[in-house]
Design a protein around this ligand. Structure first.
Ligand code: DQA
Length: 143
């Protein structure tokens, strides 16, 4: 079997992981976590992209969304607001899994609503950075 190609896509403020509200998001930087994830799955071809800009996230989804095997997407606060990201996910054929580090349902009410869940294959939230690995497992189990 050819290597699965999975994009890890992070939205706004997730470049600050490690420094940003560590009591909620933990003390590890995303790049440190990503290096471990890549090591855990030698048979997967990963790429990682982060942007604070909604249109750049949309462009990335369009770029990989017809040829890659999966996208693990933490849309950050755009989760709760972005019809454009929902449309981008709907518009491609690659399955997208929505992930969140925190359990958004235990937090403020505005975080309980996701604009993108309805376009995604599934949602994983609340397991810290391990949410990303669980999403990778879910994608690989479908192959
Ligand atoms: C988040 C949850 C969002 O509500 C928040 O805006 C984020 C991070 C999470 O991973 O827990 O930026 O997506």
């Amino acid at each position: 079997m050819t290597k699965a190609k999975i994009l890890i896509l992070n939205g706004p403020n997730l470049n600050l992981l490690g420094k940003r509200e560590p009591e909620i998001y933990g003390a590890e930087t995303f790049l440190d976590y990503y290096a471990k994830l890549v090591e855990m799955y030698p048979d997967v071809e990963f790429d990682y992209y982060q942007s604070n800009i909604e249109g750049e996230l949309i462009n990335k989804i369009h770029e990989v969304g017809f040829s890659w095997d999966g996208i693990v997407f933490n849309a950050g606060a755009y989760t709760h607001t972005s019809v454009a990201l929902q449309d981008a996910i709907r518009g491609v054929t690659t399955p997208v899994i929505e992930v969140h580090i925190s359990n958004v349902h235990k937090r403020e009410e505005f975080r309980h609503k996701s604009m993108i869940s309805c376009a995604c294959l599934g949602v994983i939230c609340g397991f810290g950075l391990d949410s990303y690995r669980l999403a990778v497992e879910a994608l690989l189990n479908r192959r």
